[in-house]
Design a protein around this ligand. Structure first.
Ligand SMILES: Cc1ncc(COP(=O)(O)O)c(C=O)c1O
Length: 402
């Protein structure tokens, strides 16, 4: 390959290299840093420094939980470190079925199916359920994996204004009766931390005979008295047809699932390419996830502590003067304006041992760059106060706060 070639691919690579080199030069690059150790649930070692972790999606602080670690180790001793291939052929282990039964019980669903990641789950499930001639409706702030699944499906793609169910209704109203319709939303939005208006959404989906899929990546373990998520939060019982979630956030493992009616799950088991043509979840990860759901039910104090910590963290940051949008959960966006401001905020935070990370364009529109800070049940009140103080100082120094 001629390395001097000047086509669109080469230009894209060059542009990014230049952007990254500029950030490194100004000490503004903080992605891909290796964490070398977990110290308790809320502290990590990064580049030899111990920092408070404010970039974790392990909302209930379950990473490193002794029961979950022990379950993973026992699964290795019993099954080894991998499987015999894809789930459909020799890859299904008893621990996979056990995990799926645990998930179904946790979500009050008839059955569940697991995949190798949350990303793959959205991609393969959406692209399997709908196709050409069908219609899919997507909240503008949905996660990238939902967008990618919609685009891969080749269904007619409709985006509606964020959390505006009236806007969704207008879109649904334009679709011919009888056409297949799938509405997909995040339960809690991963960039802004706000919650979908599920009661109104369900009403509209029923009126227009649309299937409803909700991604619970940031609502499982966070919403509901027992952490069961968005339906429990709103006191609604089994109103979502396709209950999707990842196993990599509150559940400290890897993988993704869909829970729902038995015939839907059976259909997905025989049609989704991500299940039929990709390797099964490793046994240790399946066992860890399985145990984590049980720990959530056995240790309800974690959900209460997360709520208290979220309250302290968000209120502290708001009082300091930060614009935190409409967050209602443990994801707290600290709006910084430009990408450079967000990078500079990160530098100041991390130089004072607060490990938070920026989200910049193109992940969010230009001018809406932010430090996306998260709090978990593993934090203690004095640690949260320290982080708030550091972030406030950083905000003043960088000019995000006056
Ligand atoms: C809302 C949402 N859905 C899906 C995913 C993908 O999950 P995973 O990381 O397990 O692939 C994420 C991860 O960031 C997410 O935030």
């Amino acid at each position: 390959m001629d390395l001097e070639v000047d086509d669109a691919i080469a230009r894209r690579i060059k542009e990014l290299s230049i952007r990254l080199a500029g950030l490194h030069e100004k000490d503004l690059y903080f992605y891909n840093q290796p964490i070398s150790e977990l110290r308790g649930g809320a502290r990590v070692i990064v580049n030899g420094r111990e920092m408070g972790m404010y970039a974790s999606y392990g909302y209930l602080g379950l990473l490193g939980h002794p029961r979950i670690n022990a379950a993973a180790k026992a699964a290795i001793d019993r099954f080894g470190t991998g499987t015999h291939g894809v789930r459909f052929l020799a890859g299904t282990l008893s621990i996979h079925r056990e995990l799926e039964e645990t998930i179904a019980a946790f979500k009050h669903a008839e059955d569940a199916i697991t995949f190798s990641s949350g990303y793959v789950t959205n991609l393969t499930v959406i692209a399997t359920l709908i196709g050409r001639g069908d219609h899919v409706f997507c909240d503008k702030l949905n996660h990238a994996s939902i967008y990618d699944g919609c685009l891969m499906s080749r269904a007619s793609f409709n985006r509606f204004e964020h959390n505006n169910i009236d806007a969704l209704e207008k879109c649904l109203n334009q679709v011919p009766a009888g056409a297949a319709k799938l509405v997909i939303v995040d339960g809690v939005f991963s960039m802004d931390g706000d919650i979908i208006n599920l009661p109104r959404l369900v009403e509209v989906c029923r009126k227009y005979h649309a299937w409803l899929m909700v991604d619970e990546a940031h609502s499982i373990g966070v919403l509901g008295k027992t952490g069961r998520g968005i339906e429990e939060h709103f006191g609604l019982e089994d109103v979502i047809e396709i209950k999707m979630c990842t196993l990599s956030k509150t559940i400290p493992s890897v993988g993704g699932y869909v829970a729902g009616k038995a015939d839907l799950i059976n259909f997905l088991r025989h049609t989704t390419r991500g299940y039929i043509f990709s390797a099964a979840l490793p046994p240790a990860q399946a066992a860890a996830a399985n145990e984590a759901f049980k720990v959530i039910l056995d240790e309800p104090w974690r959900i209460q502590k997360l709520a208290a910590n979220t309250h302290q963290f968000t209120n502290g940051l708001k009082q300091a003067g930060f614009n935190t949008l409409f967050t209602q959960t443990a994801i707290v966006p600290l709006m910084c304006g430009s990408d450079e401001n967000a990078f500079a905020m990160t530098r100041e935070a991390q130089h004072h041992d607060v490990f938070a990370l920026p989200v910049v364009s193109p992940a969010v529109p230009q001018g809406l760059a932010r430090l996306r800070a998260t709090v978990t049940a593993a934090h203690e009140p004095d640690e949260i106060q320290y982080a708030v103080n550091i972030l406030e100082k950083a905000g003043k120094l960088v000019g995000v706060l006056s």
